[in-house]
Design a binder for this molecule. Structure first.
Ligand code: LLP
Length: 421
């Protein structure tokens, strides 16, 4: 992250806060957020898109980090929000998000979710399937006073594009459970045009996540352009984040250049463009901090086992994501100094897939060391779980040398809170 530096004494700072002090104050494991870096990325997205397409909106794909403090911060930066469930909608509204800036998603939207969205005055509901149309039509007809007279909707198009990414996060290919292929999308468009209380504003497309090349995004714009001219196009999210030193995702600006060039060339001049970044907005603003519990050399491997793991970060077990890791008080710059020892940074959970970094060089790791895993702001908080009755870690915002927890660590009492006698 931008505000993250290595101090002359070798200690890492996040948002100007020394990690040793952060660990002493907030404990480990902890998810640290460089607030300045997050605001900076939000500004680059919002200002960058507005400069290229004046009538536009950046809607944060909140599944990437659905915590009220993050919703609040991004609302302050002028972003809208993409929600994919009643829970995300409730969090967004509780955090003060303008309902008009909410885009409502889901491939299996329940009636209660749709009702909550309509009643809240959500700006756009994205039609994923024909049942969405039936349910929403019925809802609008039966609740004359509660909802508004008209609900604006988009049709989610599946353009049959398969970007180079993990299968679990590819969504735009034929056979995807999301959206409608072009023939069905045409049928949905025709049906929606005949609905009196659903107003078809345009189209949505999202082809997948952690995409490291701009070309598939351009193809997606071309695919939706085939379906006709509309006032609104939501082009989804999916830009990859930089997890490791070797990853070279396009910069936000390069992505915006490619996307808006395609929009300028292929979409109507006055059309409103929406994008929904998740990972590329929040990943690099987060750093997970752990304490080394034990170092074990066995079978030719050096296992550095820390006090967190797959309870707070499932990216490695689920998607094979690669992360760097560093001893926070003895940061090693790649290519400089002795490389140290090749280690597997593993968690404390009861399974062998519980890995944080499968192969990383660490300088003489010892129990008690602090380990920082960078670029953990996306899909870690949201996929955190209580395996082995682990308490989910706090979220700590760090800025200008000051830290403030925005989510506290779970307690053992929290683990029993839902239990009935
Ligand atoms: N818009 C829609 C409709 C989406 O489904 C998604 C992500 C996004 C935007 C944001 O995509 P991003 O910019 O973050 O790539 N659990 C997986 C990620 C699943 C992403 C699903 N949809 C993970 O932890 O990697």
């Amino acid at each position: 992250p931008s505000g993250t530096t290595t101090a002359p004494d070798g200690g890492l700072r996040i948002g100007g806060c020394h990690v040793t002090e952060l660990a002493a104050r907030h404990g480990t494991p902890a998810l640290l957020v460089d607030e300045g870096a997050l605001r900076d990325r939000a500004g680059r997205y919002a200002d960058g898109l507005a400069a290229r397409r004046p009538d536009s909106m950046v809607a944060f794909a909140s599944k990437a980090f659905p915590c009220t403090a993050v919703y609040r911060l991004l609302a302050e930066e002028g972003l809208g929000v993409d929600v994919a469930s009643g829970g995300e909608l409730a969090l967004a509204l509780a955090a003060g998000t303008d309902p008009a800036k909410v885009v409502v998603h889901g491939n299996a939207k329940t009636e209660s979710y749709l009702r909550a969205a309509v009643e809240a005055g959500a700006g756009l509901i994205v039609i994923d399937n024909f049942d969405d149309i039936d349910r929403l039509e019925h809802l609008m007809a039966e609740t004359p006073g509660a909802g508004r007279r008209e609900q604006a909707v988009l049709v989610r198009v599946t353009p049959d594009i398969r970007p180079d990414t993990h299968a679990a996060v590819a969504t735009g290919q034929r056979g995807s459970k999301f959206g409608m292929l072009l023939p069905e999308a045409r049928e949905a468009i025709a049906r929606l045009r005949a609905c009196s209380r659903l107003r078809l504003d345009g189209l949505h497309v999202h082809i997948g996540s952690q995409i490291l090349d701009t070309e598939p995004f351009v193809r997606a714009v071309a695919a939706v352009a085939e379906l006709g001219r509309f006032p609104v196009y939501d082009l989804g999210g999916g830009l990859g984040a930089r997890y490791t030193y070797d990853d070279r995702p396009p910069a936000i600006e390069a992505y915006l250049d490619a996307l808006t060039a395609a929009a300028d060339a292929l979409l109507p001049a006055g059309a409103r463009v929406i994008i929904e970044p998740g990972r590329s907005l929040v990943a690099e603003a987060g750093v997970s901090l752990y304490r080394v519990v034990t170092v074990k050399r066995s079978g030719g491997e050096t296992f550095v086992a820390v006090d967190g793991g797959m309870g707070d970060n499932l990216e490695v077990p689920l998607y094979g994501q690669r992360f760097e890791a560093t001893v926070a008080t003895r940061v090693r710059v790649p290519g400089e100094g002795a490389p140290g020892e090749r280690c597997r940074v593993v968690g404390r959970h009861c399974e062998s897939g519980d890995v944080l970094s499968a192969g990383v060089f660490l300088p003489d790791p010892r129990p008690g060391d602090l380990i920082a895993v960078p670029a953990t702001g996306a899909y870690t908080y949201s996929l955190a779980n209580n395996y082995n009755a682990a308490r989910r870690p706090p979220v700590v915002f760090c800025r200008d040398g000051r830290s403030r927890p925005v989510v506290r660590r779970e307690t053992y009492a929290d683990l029993m809170r839902r239990d009935l006698p």
